[in-house]
Design a protein around this ligand. Structure first.
Ligand code: TYM
Length: 332
């Protein structure tokens, strides 16, 4: 079976619908056809400042949500990055074949460091995409399910795999992005041309999986829509309505065309009211199952420890091979 790898940061108290529709639903689907490795990337989560107690809890909540969304610990390997030391070990090596200019061109780094002020942003934020490449390459992943915002980072992962292979001999699989166009960029409800983002959207712009459905309904009601009153799918001209239709379609399984036909002659208010219900129906069982996992943190930690062992069984040999190719001493 081909392999998939992907990761998500535990930087908020809940994942949002952008995470789910852009990436996580593909994580769940791909475990049917692929050998799947998924990671809560807590090393990445300390690149912009954090609170230790909150971080550990958020990693648990992240894992609980992933299991609740349908990741099956029997079929997929889910683990927390800090329990697999091979990740930063390989990242060092890859950092030494990454150009300074190449890393400087990463747009997420440019955006985030600009926002924080370049004196205040960490070296970790700068080398972040190199660690991401290490994550992927350790598992010899063929495909990486992510949203559109990760495309450039994946391009770097591919470049580093190819560069290492040509410098030191074939070692890594060159991973392909798995980006499913229609939901690859879910946008902010308040700013429908920007992506829904835990770091830059206002709370009113984000739908969290774990929030109260009443709160979600209110956010959808006050979502920025477009002038005119006709419900049509026009991503350029009516990005607000297009975003709502995209979410509606993905969660309900109904085609956008079907929805547009069904709402002919109806108003934005009708669409928003129905979408709020669709979202509520969707999150209810997920919230319940997430609480179930969190009620037994010892059991959850055990599942994650087992995941980390399975991950190390793959990451360890890959790292040893890379070390040998590089000319390092063998492990003792
Ligand atoms: P992160 O934690 O920001 O986001 C997790 C996943 O959600 C996707 N996503 C979106 N998709 C559609 N619309 C949106 N508005 C939206 N917002 C987020 C992201 O594209 C991502 O797939 N650097 C990564 C984490 C990472 C990783 C990896 C990913 C670390 N190592 C290795 C893949 C492979 C990140 O910050 O994702």
């Amino acid at each position: 079976r081909p392999r998939v790898f992907s990761g998500i940061q535990p930087t908020a108290d809940s994942f949002h619908l952008g995470n789910y529709l852009g990436a996580l639903r593909h994580w769940v689907a791909l475990q049917e056809t692929h050998e799947a490795f998924y990671c809560v990337v807590d090393l990445h989560a300390i690149t912009a400042g954090h609170d230790p107690k909150v971080l550990r809890q958020r990693s648990r909540v992240a894992a609980a949500q992933l299991f609740a969304l349908g990741l099956d610990p029997e079929r997929s390997t889910l683990f927390v990055q800090s329990q697999v030391p091979e990740h930063p070990q390989l990242a060092w090596v890859l950092g030494c074949i990454t150009g300074f200019g190449e890393a400087s061109r990463m747009t997420q780094f440019k955006d985030k460091s600009q926002k924080q002020g370049s004196d205040r942003s960490s070296v970790g934020l700068f080398t972040y995409p190199i660690l991401q490449a290490a994550d992927i390459l350790l598992y010899q992943a063929d495909a990486v399910p992510v949203g559109e915002d990760q495309r450039q980072h994946l391009e770097l992962s591919r470049d580093l795999a190819q560069r290492f292979n040509s410098l030191f001999g074939k070692t890594f699989t060159v991973p392909a992005p798995h980006i499913v166009k229609d939901t690859a960029k879910i946008t902010d409800l308040q700013e429908p041309t920007a992506k829904m983002s835990k770091s830059s959207s206002s709370p009113a712009g984000i739908i969290d999986l774990l929030e109260e459905p009443a709160r979600t309904a209110k956010k959808i009601r006050s979502a920025v829509t477009d002038t005119g009153r006709e419900i049509v799918f026009d991503a350029e001209g009516k990005p607000g309505i297009a975003n709502l239709l995209t979410i509606y379609s993905a969660l309900s399984g109904r085609d956008i065309d079907d929805l547009v036909a069904a709402y002919a002659g109806k108003g934005y208010g009708d669409l928003k009211k129905d979408l709020a219900e669709v979202v509520a129906e969707f999150v209810r069982p997920i919230q319940e199952r997430t609480r179930g996992y969190l009620d037994d943190p010892a059991q959850l930690d055990k599942l994650l420890a087992t995941g980390a062992e399975k991950a190390r069984a793959v990451a360890g040999p890959t790292l040893r091979l890379a070390y040998e190719r590089i000319g390092f001493f063998p492990p003792v």
